[in-house]
Write a protein that binds this ligand. Sequence first.
Ligand code: PPY
Length: 400
Amino acid sequence: MAASLVARSATTPLPRHVVSKPSHADHFPKTTLSFESRSGRRRIVLALASDRSDDNTSKIDGGDHRNPVGGARELRSALEDFPYDVVSKDLHTLPRPLSSTDLSNPVSDGSRLRVAYQGVRGAYSESAAEKAYPNCEAVPCEQFDAAFEAVERWLVDRAVLPIENSLGGSIHRNYDLLLRHRLHIVGEVKLAVRHCLLANHGVEIEDLKRVLSHPQALAQCENTLTKLGLVREAVDDTAGAAKHVAFHKLKDTGAVASSAAAVIYGMQILAQDIQDDSDNVTRFLMLAREPIIPGTDKPFKTSIVFSLEEGPGVLFKALAVFALRQINLTKIESRPLRMQPLRASDDSNGGLSKYFDYLFYVDFEASMADQSAQNALRHLKEFATFLRVLGSYPMDTSMT
Ligand SMILES: O=C(O)C(=O)Cc1ccccc1
């Protein structure tokens, strides 16, 4: 299959500090994966060609997926054929493109772990990836789906995705993706999020009329943005908002993003720590193709999802299987899906998909290596209509 690798060249020279962005927003399907070459002189965008199947599976068109090496060969040749006027202040930190050796043996030569995240350089998800895997190569993805696909297609080794925020609550999209894909949670990382109000140099705070950012960031800064009387516009990620404002040299628009984004895109910080609550923590999940072997040598957490027949006391019974064994729950979230039954496979039916219309996500403080946790799930299985262990992994105790 011919690779649908496409590179876009910037049409106009760019200020030194701005990394050009392919104009793929209007030409590409929603999910794309973008890589920049080591030199920073070329960018390749992998279009995740979404097919029309009802399970909404998207495929990476980086070549013949039956022969990913072929895809990598085409990817490499594309690196030579499409020069791209990418100018960036920090070329040396741009993500390295994949090569056939990466696909066959991701880290055997001691090269860095590749970790996909949603957003562009300077996103909080990039910081979370680097906290989770110090010295990793953080690989930007346009959408959460692309990050899942990148792990499944061996383009990267891990993905780090936000799952909940102390102010904004759960990011349900990623729970649904955990169900639709078969990746495993192998860790969690909590990040203190400190939002800044950014603008181009020469712009005063009084000049601003609009502000762009990720919807969660806008919600977390509600008070400040309301006091400033700014019109909010939601975009895919905070750093992408900063990049847009810088790229278009906007004078009446600011961005809510990190101080790292200000450096990368050459913007000034008009205000720091503008979130409404100083204790603003986002929890990210670390995802892999294979689960880790749970231990008992450190505090572990287990995440599960299950569904129940509706009826009085059924949920009480489900939660009692943990209480009876003194297992502490750190999260319970119910997701009514009556209007959109979700199709997924669980741990018991050999991958056959089931439809169900009511979901419960539970995190509990125990390792699946603990006999009590195994007994609790065995008990739950007696009356759950669907049950899957999303992962059993070390807790991030760095912020407790
Ligand atoms: O947009 C980003 O920078 C992200 O990584 C998503 C996000 C947005 C707001 C708080 C935490 C994570």
